[in-house]
Design a protein around this ligand. Structure first.
Ligand code: NI
Length: 173
């Protein structure tokens, strides 16, 4: 079992703007490793600190090239538009077509405290933008029409009731 449970939509931590990371140290390395365990177990390709209840600006990810971390990430430039079906571990089982910039230039620190600069396209770019949204208290719902959000919440609520009546499962507020 991973040390962290992934927080689900409705948890107030997911709506908060996270704070800058001030120390890149051994404790942060341990936290990132535990977050990666939770991410792989889910399974998912990205997990932001607020999703495990930590209000700090970093996220872990692995889109097929091995585990990595971005700390205090900032998007410097973005270009184009790309529609893609996105999911989120905090909104389990649902996905939505969302239009976002296609390419981005992102700067951040890595787990060794080195400044890094990445030009990202398509899936990689999408992943960084989605995780960075979590650091700003933003969820996919913020991109949807009111009707879509209502329907999604109804589906999630129904699933919670089913989970409750059939024992342990999805826990939604
Ligand atoms: Ni997410």
């Amino acid at each position: 079992m991973a040390r962290y449970d992934i927080r689900i939509f409705g948890d107030p931590v997911l709506k908060r703007v996270a704070d800058e990371v001030t120390d890149i140290d051994g404790a942060l390395v341990d936290t990132c490793n535990d977050m990666l365990d939770a991410m792989y177990e889910a399974p998912g390709i990205g997990l932001a600190a607020p999703q495990v209840g930590i209000g700090k600006r970093f996220f872990v990810y692995d889109f097929g090239e091995g585990p990595a971390v971005l700390i205090n990430p900032e998007i410097r430039e973005s270009d184009g538009l790309w529609e893609y079906e996105e999911g989120c571990l905090s909104i389990p089982g649902l996905s939505f077509n969302i239009v976002r910039p296609k390419t981005i230039h992102i700067v951040a620190y890595d787990i060794d405290g080195e400044e890094i600069s990445i030009e990202a396209d398509e899936l990689e770019s999408r992943l960084y933008q989605h995780e960075l949204d979590h650091l700003n208290g933003k969820l996919m719902f913020d991109y949807l029409e009111e009707d879509q959000v209502k329907e999604a919440k109804r589906v999630l609520r129904e699933r919670t009731m089913t989970a409750e009546s059939s024992g342990p499962g999805l826990q939604l507020p």
